[in-house]
Each structure stands twice: as C-alpha cells, then as structure tokens.
Write a protein that binds this ligand. Structure first.
Ligand code: ADP
Ligand code: MG
Length: 693
C-alpha cells in the first residue's frame, strides 16, 4: 500500500478500531487516517518537570511532589478532605469534595505523593482541587515524562489514553504514506518547516528537546505552519460562501429619495456624517447587482438602528420585504416600536414575530408574511422557524449579529418564494478589531459608524468597593429625585441563570428595604417573557425608577432617561461586555455615571483591567484590550454560536499572517480550485460548517 493517501485509509484499518469505536470517532469528525491526524491537540500538559511547591504559579497546571503533613476532614460550607503536603520549599493543600475513608486513611502523615493538577487560590492559600495523584516510593521515584503530553478533544466513549494510542498508530502510517501538500512549496520555507507531515508528527508528539514555553505559547514553526493552513481553510470557505451568494440574482432596490426625505424630515435629529456615509455604502451595494454582504459596526449608542431603518425603508419602498432579527424579545419589541413609530406614518406595514405570541397569532403572522402583507417583519429566533416563508424577501438585517450563528443567518436567506437572494446587513456593537474581522467575517464587507450623535455627555466611570455600598444607595435617591432612572446589574454567576436570578432577587429585596420610596423593578432570565416585558415597558415609561437586572439587558436596550448604572462584581465580566452594559446609560444629554462595584477579592490585575474602562469610552480600544486579555472566543461569543472554533490558529496571536493568508487564498481560488476544495475538505470534512442546505 506504499504511497497511498492517508485520507483513503479508513480508521477501521487501524489495530483495535472496530465498528463501534469507528462510530465514536465519527462523532469527532474522524473517519479516515487524515482526519485522525488533523484532530490536533487542544493543549499540552507539562509533566516533564516537578515544580517546587514554593515556585508554583497560580492558575497553571503543574506536577508537584511532597510528603503528607496532615490530612483531615473539614466542615466548611461543604465537607471536604484537606491534605497538606510539603517539600522543603513550601506547602500546599489538596482538597477533595468526593472521597471515601480508605482514601483518607491512605493519605497518612509521611506518605510521599506526586500530584498533577491546577494550582488555584483557595481559602487557605494555594490549593489543588481534585488533582490526579499517585503514591511514590521515595527510594525509587518514577521518571517524569520526557515529552509534553497532548490533550485532545473527546466525546463520550473514548478516553485520552485510548485516543492517544490510536493517533500514535496514525503517526506510524504517516512514515509510509503521505499527506497531500496543498499549499505552494514556498509556504513551508516561509515557516521553516520541512513538510506538512513533519509538522503533524511534531504537533502530536513533540520531541523531548522542544522548548516547553515555546510550544505552550504556540510559537513553534510547526504550529505556525498548521495555524496558517487552518486560517487559509477558513478564509477559503468564507470566500466560497461569498462567491456563491454573489452568483445569485440580487433584488433590485430602487432609490426613492422622496420617501427617505419624508422620513428624515420627521425625525427630531439629523443623521450623523457617519450614519450617512454607511447608508451611502449600503445604497451602493443595492445598486451593485450582487446580493449585499455587509457588516456594520458601530459602538454602542452610535445609532445603528437608524441606518437599518433607512435601508429597510428603501427596500420596502421598492416593493420588497425586509426581515429584521434581534437576539432577545426585549430588543425585538424595542425595534418593533421604533420602526412602527418611524415608518408607519409613511404607510409601511410592520409585523413582528416572537416566541411568546399565541399559536393563533403566530399562524396569522406566518400567513401575512407569505401573502406579502407585512413589508417589514421584526422578530427573534422565531423568524428562523420553518413556517416562516416570505413572498418576496429583499433584505435581511441581523442585529447584534454575534449572538447568532452563521447558519442561522444563512437560513433566513432561503425563506423567500422569489428566486432572488436577499441582500444581507449584519450589525454589531461589539467592536471587532479589524484583524479579527478579517478572519472571523472575511466574507463580509465592512462599514464603521465611527461617530456618536452629538450632544452626548461622556459617561463618568467609577471604581468603587462594595464596602461603600451605602453611599451608592444614597446616590440612587438623589438621581431619582432629579427625575432620572437607574440600572443595577448583577452579572451571571458561573453561567447559572438560576443562581444569578436568586442573586438579583436578594439584591432587589435589600434595595427595597433601603429605598422604600423608589419604585423598583426586577428583570432576569428566569422570568416569563411576559413578566420581563412588563417590567421593561414600565422602566421605559418611567414608572419604574430603579431596575435591578441580570445581564439580560446587555444588548440594545435604549432608555435615554437612565443616567446611573451600577454594575455588581464587574470583575466577573469581560471588558467588551462591561462596555456594552455601560452603553445603556449616557444616551441622553444628562451627565451619566457608571459605578463598577467590585468585590473584596479584586486582584491588582483585575483592578488594572477595570481601569481600562475608566480611561476609555472607545469600544474599539476596549475590545482590543479584551482580545489581548481574554482571547477572541469571548469577544466573538463563539461559545454561544459555535461559529469559529479554531483547532490550532488563534486570530489574535496569528494576525500577522493574515495578509499572506488572503493572498495565498485568493491565488488558490483562482488558479487551483481543486487544492482549495481538498483543503476545505481536510479541515471541515463533510460537516461543511457554513454549508447551506
Ligand atoms: P446602537 O448603535 O447602540 O444600536 P441606537 O440605534 O439604539 O444605538 O441609538 C441610540 C440612541 O441615539 C437612540 O435613542 C437613537 O434614537 C438616537 N440617535 C440615533 N441617531 C441619532 C442622531 N443622528 N442624532 C441624535 N440621536 C440619534
Ligand atoms: Mg442597537
């Protein structure tokens, strides 16, 4: 079988891989040996050295070794087994919440342990929670591992050691059989890598002399070479998506200056220069002959809704329907009311579709959409339902697009009875640094609203300790006495909606007691949609003066009369998210304040991080910082949408490669579409991430 391509060798050809294991591997997207080898380690564990206890760094994985000093059951908030070990340089504690008596008995004083786990800050200093550990014979301590241990993404039915063994077999085959080199040869030279096969071999099995720090920080040439190929595959698939979209007939949206003028005349303000410029770019796209693919970025409060309304009006006036998707019901309703107030006087018929409508109302709405009665339809995810079918969809607008997946966006395009491919406008208030946009959204053209409407007084941001809570509460009375309104926000607690709701409820009860004369509302994810809506409406109408809420209000909500926001435990949130939240105030002309009410565990780093918000109100500066500190996953909200999971690339770290990625990508698409196809197959397999149905 010499010279066979690895992608033609099924995993079942490997020892120990039967049908059942093959089924498990398939869940990981692995069917052949090439897939197996491109299942890259998500990280490495360093078991190559024993760290002295006195030299441990917090929040890193480490191997330590020490003698048991004490081991006892502690009855704190939760019963735990606490075992202290020492090695002459220091002591640390191991803590187990699940344990049995045998385990406790074996951890007796004087026993030598080798421990592997993450060093974390616990109640009593550095602790390891539920580490792996083994008993060591002091006379015959086992060797440490020679190489870094790769860690792979798993699925149910397979363990790390088992997958590692199978991958090792794959690496043996790689000695005899080839992986296709799909990139031009100068790329390997550029990275100083002998071949793709070499890079793959290295990644799964880094040799003992590799610099650990180098590898752990993703700087090794082999890692760079593979990251390049991955970024290239993403770029190509998005370019293909773009080309495919543009091969369709576009709706012909005519200019109707009179109706636009009529609309502008009815507004109490004039659009900013930036709003006009971006609207102009959209008009150019409408005339371009291809379906538009445009992302509009604008900092929170920059007035994206108006730009969307202008585009929607233009499309509706040309006889097309417009679908506007928003990520929450609160936001969908706000848009609905805005659009109705703005455009119904111009005889535009506007409908809305959200999950909470009765079945009957929904059915009527579907029918009206299909008959083409509604010209603009605003909704939540409910718009993506199969029952929704437009008579003549000309424009799709997605607000707060990072809350949606690419596939959801694409599914909306399919929902028209007419043959044309609707224009697409996606809007985001999470300012995405240009480099990241070049990778994450390379299929989209890019417009920026880089100017805030005039007359806004900058928000004053304060860092205040929770110890000073009483002062802040007094501040609320003063603000409400001036007729202004206040948000008090509790962050999500460890992703648990239930806990954060409880937290918000507790806080609300405390505030009620402290401020009996202030009318207060409570809004969190646990409320029924109707309840949420009632509270939000009351807040918008000024009946509620103080709104206690979880981060459900993070996106879009617009209540210009609110001038004070207090954010509880801001240290738990990302900077970009805090900036979004803060953007709920400072929307009117009153001077606004945002109080970051930090807890007593705030570290120096944490304080430095929050200071960024005090120093800047520019969303782009803030998200650059966030990107640096927390990586792109958080910023793009990929955990919510599952969009952009890279195996090895890192949009920030590898951003210097992007110009070359784009150049090679464009060359491949024009000169060598077969290689381009093989490349995307290699990285995405059959499960073409951005496939349209
Ligand atoms: P975002 O970009 O965060 O979605 P919005 O579209 O909600 O911002 O606009 C924020 C506020 O600014 C709204 O109250 C809106 O009516 C107002 N606004 C929008 N454009 C202008 C403008 N050109 N001049 C004054 N106010 C404006
Ligand atoms: Mg908005």
């Amino acid at each position: 079988m010499g010279g066979r391509l690895l992608k033609n060798i099924p995993v079942t050809a490997l020892k120990g891989v039967g049908d059942s294991l093959a089924g498990t591997l398939k869940k990981l997207g692995i069917t052949n040996v090439q897939d197996l080898l491109f299942h890259l380690p998500s990280k490495y564990l360093d078991r190559t050295r024993i760290t002295p206890l006195g030299h441990l760094r917090l929040n890193t994985m480490a191997v330590v070794q020490g003698y048991v000093l004490t081991s006892q059951i502690k009855f704190g908030k939760r019963r735990s087994l606490e075992c202290t070990i020492e090695d002459g340089s220091g002591t640390v504690r191991l803590r187990f919440f699940h344990f049995n008596n045998t385990q406790k008995a074996r951890l007796e004083k004087g026993t030598l342990l080798r421990v592997f786990g993450e060093a974390r800050m616990g109640a009593t200093g550095i602790e390891f929670y539920h580490p792996e550990y083994e008993y060591i014979d002091p006379h015959k301590p086992p060797e440490v591992e020679e190489t870094l241990t790769p860690v792979y993404g798993l699925t149910e039915g397979i363990t790390q050691p088992r997958l590692r063994k199978i991958i090792m077999q794959g690496l043996e085959l790689l000695q005899k059989h080839a992986l296709e080199e799909l990139l031009p040869p100068e790329i390997n030279r550029e990275f100083g890598v002998e071949s793709l096969s070499h890079a793959i071999q290295f990644i799964h099995n880094p040799p003992p002399d590799t610099s650990v720090d180098y590898l752990l920080s993703g700087q090794h040439p082999c890692q760079k070479r593979l990251a390049f190929e991955e970024l290239l595959a993403h770029f190509i698939v998005r370019q293909q998506l773009r080309q495919e979209t543009q091969s369709h007939q576009a709706p012909e949206i005519q200019q109707s200056p009179e109706v636009i003028q009529q609309f502008l005349d009815s507004l109490p303000f004039t659009p900013t220069q930036a709003q006009q410029r971006v609207y102009g770019e959209i008009l150019d796209d409408f005339r371009g002959g291809y379906p538009m693919l445009r992302m509009v970025q604008g900092d929170v409060g920059s007035g994206k809704t108006l730009v969307a309304a202008l585009a929607a009006l233009q499309a509706a006036a040309s006889g097309y329907q417009v679908a506007i998707a928003a990520p929450t019901e609160i936001l969908a309703e706000q848009h609905f009311k805005n659009f109705a107030a703005w455009l119904e006087p111009l005889n535009i018929r506007i409908g809305w579709l959200v999950g909470k409508l009765t079945a009957k109302k929904k059915r009527e709405t579907y029918e009206a959409i299909t008959r083409g009665e509604y010209q603009i339809i605003i909704g939540t995810h409910a718009l993506f339902q199969d029952n929704v079918c437009f008579a003549r969809l000309g424009l799709v607008i997605i607000d707060e697009q990072h809350r949606f997946g690419v596939n959801q966006r694409l599914s909306l395009q399919q929902k028209s009875l007419s043959r044309e491919m609707p224009h697409q406008l996606v809007m985001t208030a999470t300012p995405i640094p240009r480099t990241l946009a070049m990778t994450a959204y390379s299929e989209l053209d890019y417009s920026i609203i880089d100017e805030l409407p005039p007359g806004r007084t900058p928000i004053n941001t304060l860092l205040v300790s929770q110890k000073r809570r009483p002062e802040i509460i007094n501040r609320i009375s003063a603000v409400c006495a001036e007729g202004r309104q206040v948000y008090w926000v509790c962050p999500l607690i460890e992703e648990s909606e239930t806990l954060s709701a409880a937290n918000a409820e507790e806080l609300a009860a405390m505030l009620k007691e402290a401020l009996p004369n202030i009318s207060q509302g409570l809004c969190h994810g646990r409320l029924r949609p109707a309840e949420k809506e009632a509270v939000m409406t009351a807040f918008k109408q000024g009946e509620v003066q103080l709104l206690v809420a979880t981060t459900v209000i993070e996106v879009g909500v617009d209540v210009p009369n609110a001038s004070l926001m207090i954010i509880e435990n801001p240290e738990r949130l990302g900077l970009a998210q805090l900036h979004q939240l803060r953007g709920r105030v400072g929307r009117g002309s009153a001077e606004s304040h945002c109080v970051l009410l930090y807890g007593d565990k705030l570290s120096n780093d944490g304080r430095e991080r929050l200071k960024v918000l005090r120093q800047s109100t520019d969303g782009f500066v803030i998200s650059e910082k966030d990107l640096e500190l927390r990586g792109p996953g958080e910023l793009l909200g990929t955990r919510q949408t599952g969009n952009m999971e890279y195996r090895i690339a890192d949009a920030q770290r590898d951003s210097a490669m992007l110009p070359l990625v784009h150049k090679v990508g464009k060359d491949l698409l024009t000169d060598n579409s077969i290689s381009a196809e093989h490349l995307t197959n290699r990285w995405f397999g059959d499960a073409r991430v951005y496939a349209r149905v």
